[in-house]
Every structure is written in C-alpha cells, then in structure tokens.
Write a protein that binds this ligand. Structure first.
Ligand code: AMP
Ligand code: AMP
Length: 372
C-alpha cells in the first residue's frame, strides 16, 4: 500500500449501516470523519438515501431481513457496521450474532439487553431504581403497564388499571412475551451516552423525551369530555423532543451511566458495554429516576442532534452527533492501531494492521470528561 497520511486513513474504510432509524446521522457523521459511506436499503428507500451527498454508495436488498446474506460480500471489503434499532427490530438475534463483518460494539451485551429480566438484574445491580414488577394478575395492586419484548417502539403496550382490567384485556398474551411494570407517573427522559473504550471516559451526548401517540395527546381533551368514551392510552413512538435536564439532576444521570458501564463488565464479558447507549427513565415529582429500559446502541432520539446538542457542545467545539462520535471513535481507533478495542470479537478483523496505522500509532485525543 502506498503510504497515506493519517488524515487519509479513514477514507480506506467504509462505514455501513441499514438505511433506517438513525442511518442518516451515522453516515453523515462517518463522512464528516473522513470515511467512505454505504447504506443498505430496501427499494422504497433507495432514492431517498441516494439523494444525500454524504452517502457514497447504496446496496439495495428486497427486505431488511435479507441483510445477513450480504455478510460474505461486506467481509471482502474494509467495511465496519454501525448497528442501530433496526438491527434489533428486523434481524433475529441469531442472524445478528452470526454475521462476522466488523461490527462497532460488543454483541455479548445483546443477550443481556434483549431479555428484560436480565436487563433488570443489570440495572438493579448498578444500583438504579426500577418500577415494581408483577408476575401474576392477582398481584396487581396499582396501575401497571404491560410491555411486549423487543424494540417495537411502544407498539402493543397496554395500560392496565387493576386485576379485572388485566383479565379483560391482557390475559390472551403469552406470559414469556411481556412484562408487567408498575406505571410510574412522571416525565420520560431518555439520556444518550457514549462510553469510549479508548479513553475510558463517559460522555452525556444529548437527551430527549419521546412523543407517543396517543398517550401524549390525552391532555388535549378535558377529562370531563373523556368520560364515557372508551379511550385506551397507547405508547407508539411518533417522534422525539429535545429536553435539557435540570442541572442539579445531571450528576445523578452521569453516575447512572458510569454504574451501568461498570456492572456490564461483570455481567456481559470483560469488555462490557461500550460506544453509544441510552438509559430510558421516568423522573418522578420527587426527582427520582426510574429506569424503564437500557438500549445498548445509538437510539433514534439522537436524530434531534445531528448538529450537536447543548451537552455535546460542552465537550466539543464542533457539531458532534452521536453518529459522528461513533465515527470519531473508529477514526481514533484506526489512528492508534487499536481497532480491535472498539469492534465486536466476532468481527473477522482481516484489516491489514500496517495498512491501518502506517506502522505508527497516534495518541488518542480525549474529550476531557472526568474518567469513571
Ligand atoms: P423503523 O426502521 O422506523 O421501523 O425503526 C426500527 C425500530 O427502531 C422500531 O421498531 C422502533 O422500535 C425503533 N425506533 C424507530 N424510530 C424511533 C424513535 N424515533 N424513537 C424510539 N424508537 C424508535
Ligand atoms: P419502553 O419500550 O420501555 O422504552 O417504553 C415505551 C414507553 O412506554 C415509554 O416512553 C413510556 O411512555 C411508557 N412506559 C414504559 N414503561 C413505563 C412505566 N413503568 N411507567 C410508565 N410509563 C412507561
């Protein structure tokens, strides 16, 4: 290979993802960091993704579920996959894990994330508060939310008032496919983090609150007019709104992120959770954070901040989305000859190390956030 300057190095690699969810943010960030970019799309999305100048290449597949069939082809090239919510929504866990194309993140975390009982163990071991959980209808002594497994954007969730309500509306559901949680009244705050295995530092990238139909619209109709009208709240996510947290709550938000990363190293293999993740919380009037869920990858709420957020601006003097932060990490890993630290171990790292570093490694620039 002819010697390339460090600045040109990322251009030898392609960052690829499925054309959906947060792909535009990821690919824009990849381009900004100097990578070649690839979107894998369905026919409906081809023209949209091709219309962006930062998308260098598109590959069309009939359905997102066909993505694993590209594994061999992608593996022949210097491709790094950046996963997002559609990987979980459209690929089975088995297929997802079987792929050997270099993959940003740690796939062992998927087993812990996909199983809500294991998530609970992870989050409670990290000292975080979780809503009370019920296993039988007869135990229900307060309003609960019945939540299906998997990332379906709140689809099919049920608000259940009492045991009779459960029998009437939810008893047809198979037990292993849902959990029943105490309904926590408060503000849903989704905190977007990035943990760098290269610098050992955690950053809060941004935050959002979700906008869900119809639950977020019920307040638009006076209660008196709702009476006699059989309205059931639903939690289907429609979009996201930015939120900045009361600053006195920020330290706790930061500590929660640190604790989750620390415990992940005990539970999900020694490398634990790294890269982008999100803690999905409800904050009560007592200012307590109740954890609904953890997402172990970039979440769609970060799409609000393609141009950076008030929080990312505190660490960077340039627009820094979570998508770009991922690409920056990959770039830093390439430049410091430590790509294996940021890729899943299933990744068949066929990248020629000398090609990846020019033989010399470069110090990784840290963002200056206190180490955890
Ligand atoms: P989609 O490609 O829009 O179907 O998204 C794939 C999965 O990501 C969906 O099943 C949702 O669970 C999740 N998702 C998509 N957009 C959002 C969003 N704005 N907020 C939260 N989750 C989302
Ligand atoms: P999740 O799939 O766990 O992220 O939840 C999707 C949405 O359901 C949240 O944004 C909330 O609006 C609602 N939700 C989930 N769990 C609870 C809970 N324990 N109490 C109240 N609302 C909840």
């Amino acid at each position: 290979m002819s010697p390339k300057s460090s600045a040109q190095l990322p251009s030898l690699f392609t960052i690829a993802t499925l054309g959906s969810h947060s792909a535009l943010q990821i690919l824009k960030g990849a381009k900004d960091e100097g990578f070649h970019t690839l979107a894998v799309v369905t026919p409906l999305n081809e023209r949209l993704y091709s219309s962006f100048a930062f998308v260098d290449e598109v590959i069309v597949i009939p359905r997102y579920g066909d993505f694993p069939k590209l594994d061999k082809e992608l593996n022949k090239r210097k491709v790094i996959l950046v996963p997002h919510g559609s990987f979980v929504a459209y690929l089975s866990m088995e297929e997802h894990k079987k792929m050997t194309t270099p993959y940003f993140g740690n796939k062992s975390v998927l087993d812990w994330e996909a199983d809500r009982m294991r998530q609970r163990e992870w989050l409670t071991r990290a000292g975080l508060k979780m809503p009370r959980q019920f296993t039988k209808a007869s135990e229900i002594d307060r309003p609960v939310i019945v939540k299906l497994y998997g990332a379906h954007g709140g689809k099919g969730y049920l608000f259940v008032k009492n045991p009779d309500d459960f029998t009437a509306r939810a008893s047809h559901l198979l037990e292993q496919r849902y959990i029943m949680q105490e309904y926590v009244l408060g503000v849903p705050v989704y905190i977007h983090y990035f943990y760098s295995p290269l610098t050992g530092k955690l950053e809060i990238m941004s935050m959002d609150r979700r906008y869900e139909s119809n639950v977020d619209s019920l307040g638009r109709i006076p209660l008196a007019d709702q009476e006699g009208w059989d309205i059931q709240p639903s939690y289907v996510v429609i979009g996201n709104q930015p939120i900045s947290l009361r600053e006195s709550l920020l330290a706790e938000a930061f500590h929660m992120g640190e604790a989750v990363v620390r415990v992940s190293r005990e539970l999900c293999g020694e490398r634990g959770l790294f890269g982008a993740f999100c803690l999905e919380t409800i904050v009560t009037p007592e200012s307590d954070f109740f954890l609904m869920e953890i997402s172990a990858r970039i979440v769609a709420g970060t799409n609000l901040f393609i141009d950076g957020s008030p929080y990312s601006y505190l660490n960077y003097d340039e627009p820094m989305s979570t998508g770009r932060r991922i690409a920056r990490e990959l770039r830093n890993a390439l430049l410091s000859n430590s790509l294996d630290l940021v890729l899943d171990q299933s990744s068949r790292i066929q990248f020629d190390r000398s090609a990846a570093s020019n033989g010399e490694s470069v110090a990784v620039p840290g963002p200056g956030v206190p180490a955890n």
